[in-house]
Design a protein around this ligand. Structure first.
Ligand code: IMP
Length: 209
């Protein structure tokens, strides 16, 4: 059976991707299983650039197909920030060894501060997720998913991770942190991207040597 390295150290993303790909005839290998690989520099200007660069880097380092994800939040009133800096938006406010919950809380606090004077109708934002699959030389597949929403005024909900407690989905009347994992997956940027990717991967697996 073909193996694919899931090239993300973020447990929230790993869970969401595995849940969708779980029934394909492919062995999902995590970074923890793959042994020590140095992290690549993430300096692309777009989510798609970063996903491609990470997939190629990890495929070459691990010697197997690698699936990389780059995702984040783009807020219109902040000209698309935090964007590709979503994970590190408030890095300068955290200790170098801060854990993921502390970093998420600092990122959310900064986002609320930056939007303090912005009225509801201008708090539009989207989560974007780009996925790239590479072997050691080529990009084999690329997809992106998007979900539109609005940034709330205070955190709400306990599910998900990252900016979920501030990401209000008007059609549902709740944040993505209010949704159980399956409901978030059904509508989220990552869920959409992974479902598109799943169809492409199924074809690739059927024809791969
Ligand atoms: P990456 O690991 O460089 O792709 O950074 C992605 C960052 O964007 C995460 O650390 C979160 O802060 C944010 N993000 C991406 N997807 C989601 C999501 O589904 N919910 C909440 N925050 C997300």
């Amino acid at each position: 059976m073909k193996s694919i390295l899931l090239a993300t150290g973020n447990p929230g993303k790993c869970r969401e991707i595995r849940r969708v790909l779980g029934d394909l005839p492919v062995k999902i290998v995590t970074l923890a299983d793959a042994g020590p690989i140095d992290e690549p520099v993430e300096d692309g200007e777009t989510f798609a650039d970063n996903a491609r660069a990470k997939a190629t880097y990890y495929a070459a380092a691990a010697g197997m197909w690698a699936l990389a994800d780059d995702s984040g939040l783009a807020v219109d009133a902040l000209d698309g920030a935090p964007g590709v800096r979503s994970a590190r938006f408030a890095a300068d406010r955290c200790a170098p060894d801060a854990d993921r919950n502390t970093i998420d809380a600092a990122n959310n606090a900064r986002l609320l501060e930056d939007l303090r004077d912005v009225p509801d109708e201008l708090r539009t934002a989207r989560f974007v997720c780009c996925l790239a699959l590479a072997d050691h030389t080529n990009i084999l597949a690329e997809v992106c998913g998007v979900i539109e929403g609005r940034i709330g005024h205070e955190p709400h909900g306990t599910n998900g991770f990252g900016y979920d407690p501030l990401f209000f989905v008007p059609e549902l009347g709740c944040t993505t942190a209010d949704l159980p994992p399956d409901r978030k997956n059904a509508i989220s940027h990552r869920g959409q991207a992974v479902r598109q990717f799943k169809a492409i991967l199924a074809d690739l697996l059927a024809t791969a040597p």
